[in-house]
Design a protein around this ligand. Structure first.
Ligand SMILES: Cc1ncc(COP(=O)(O)O)c(C=O)c1O
Length: 414
């Protein structure tokens, strides 16, 4: 349970970047009082992970290690499956996934009958993208900061069926949410059928105003697809409140579930008319489970989502976000003001992710040096709008690891 002070700090931390919108600055401002100083709690969390303590992992944006209890549950379900697969898998483990559906839906703010469990965000989003009935000439608006696989999926629809894809750009850092809304709105035409946006971008952790964007789309009779791969279990997410038509996320990122987990949300009214990528009997047309019919597949990863949810709830969404923001502030404030360092992330919004650059050094040169000299793992980002290194701590990251990282960056920047 958060204290009132903690709660106020957390609420403040999730507010849009109003101050930066006015000033256009992008320096870490005086920190709100994040409730993350209780290091005993977070050191306890760190001990829940079986990590290699000789390296510092600052790339938790790809996929994350699972806590020990989640890994153990995964292995337990895998062992169980192997006892008598046709029985254990199909009679016990798969039916129990209904409890996972129910609990994920509560966490995501939607109905369980609107949520299909998938293997990852790519699968969820590709079902949304490829199952829509669109005609040649219909237009789709997407941003150039969306995930490359999702852009490729739309490009294939363009090549195959003559759908027209319009990619819009928005600034990095995104200091004023209005810049995002005006960019997508300007691309809407009477032929626009779909808008596809990220709740948190993979390039820099930008958190565009998705709720407002979905409302703009709805007013114009346009369907919205939201990519939540970097958002679910990271930043506050309530799908009914967001108002999107489709949502896809991975659970092996911020929920810390085993690799091979994700979900698709689809507003109830779309389910019956939406094509599944792997066809099922018409009798299942109106059932969200039709999107899970992928033939024989492992159940252990999906059952272990229940353990990951329990772990997530034991921390609490607000406390987790506050900690991740506190960690981001720890390193960005130590590097802010350095004449050669620049941030591509709005330091008043979003969560753990932040992308920075050092003038005169290529991103790959920075990540190679970080790894070779300090065993710090981070990922380079090369994109027309953002060329830098993305840093992503997680709940098991300790302040002293970030201090080592800061010292390394200062030494590289000179
Ligand atoms: C924004 C975004 N969307 C989609 C994906 C695809 O996720 P997955 O590889 O888990 O399917 C990623 C992966 O990093 C991502 O960052």
């Amino acid at each position: 349970m958060l204290s009132r002070r903690e709660l106020l700090a957390t609420v403040a931390a999730t507010l849009p970047a109003v101050a930066h919108a006015r000033t256009g600055a992008n320096a870490p401002v005086a920190p709100p009082v994040y409730p993350s100083g209780d290091d005993d709690f977070w050191r306890g969390i760190q001990r829940e992970f079986t990590l290699d303590r000789t390296i510092i992992n600052l790339n938790n944006g790809g996929c994350c290690p699972t806590p020990r209890v989640v890994h153990e549950a995964f292995v337990r379900y895998l062992d169980q499956s192997n006892l008598l697969p046709p029985y254990e898998l199909w009679q016990l483990l798969e039916p129990n996934v209904e409890a996972v559906r129910r609990e994920l839906a509560i966490e995501a703010g939607c109905d369980a009958e609107e949520l299909a469990i998938t293997r990852n965000a790519s699968e969820a989003l590709q079902i949304a993208q490829s199952g829509l009935s669109l005609s040649p000439g219909d237009e789709v608006v997407i941003t150039d900061q969306d995930y490359p696989r999702m852009l490729d999926t739309w490009d294939q629809r363009a090549r195959r069926a003559g759908v027209v894809i319009k990619r819009v750009s928005f600034p990095a850092p995104l200091l004023d949410p209005a810049d995002f809304l005006s960019a997508i709105k300007a691309a809407f035409t009477p032929k626009t059928k779909v808008v596809h946006i990220s709740q948190v971008t993979f390039l820099s952790g930008a958190a565009p105003p998705v709720k407002e964007a979905c409302a703009l789309a709805r007013e114009a009779g346009i369907l919205s697809i939201v990519d939540g791969a970097h958002a679910f279990a990271h930043v506050p997410t309530n799908l009914h409140d967001m108002g999107c038509d489709f949502y896809g996320t991975s659970l092996h990122k911020w929920l810390l579930a085993p690799v091979g987990t994700g979900f698709l949300y689809m507003r109830k009214e779309h389910i019956a008319g939406h094509w599944a990528l792997q066809p099922t009997s018409p009798s299942k047309d109106g059932d969200i489970r039709k999107f899970e019919e992928i033939g024989t597949h492992p159940a252990a990863n999906h059952n272990a989502i229940a353990e990951a949810l329990a772990f997530h709830r034991s921390i609490g969404s607000e406390r987790k976000l506050a900690r991740l923001r506190w960690l981001r502030h720890r390193w960005t404030s130590a590097l802010a003001g350095h004449p050669k360092i620049r941030f591509f992330t709005n330091l008043e919004a979003g969560g753990a992710l932040c992308t920075f650059a050092i003038t005169g050094l290529e991103p790959a040169a920075i990540t190679t040096a970080l790894w070779d000299k300090w065993r710090i793992f981070a990922t380079p980002i090369v994109h027309p709008a953002i060329t830098g290194v993305r840093i992503t701590p997680n709940v098991y990251t300790m302040p002293e690891e970030l201090d080592t990282f800061v010292a390394a960056v200062k030494s590289l920047a000179g």
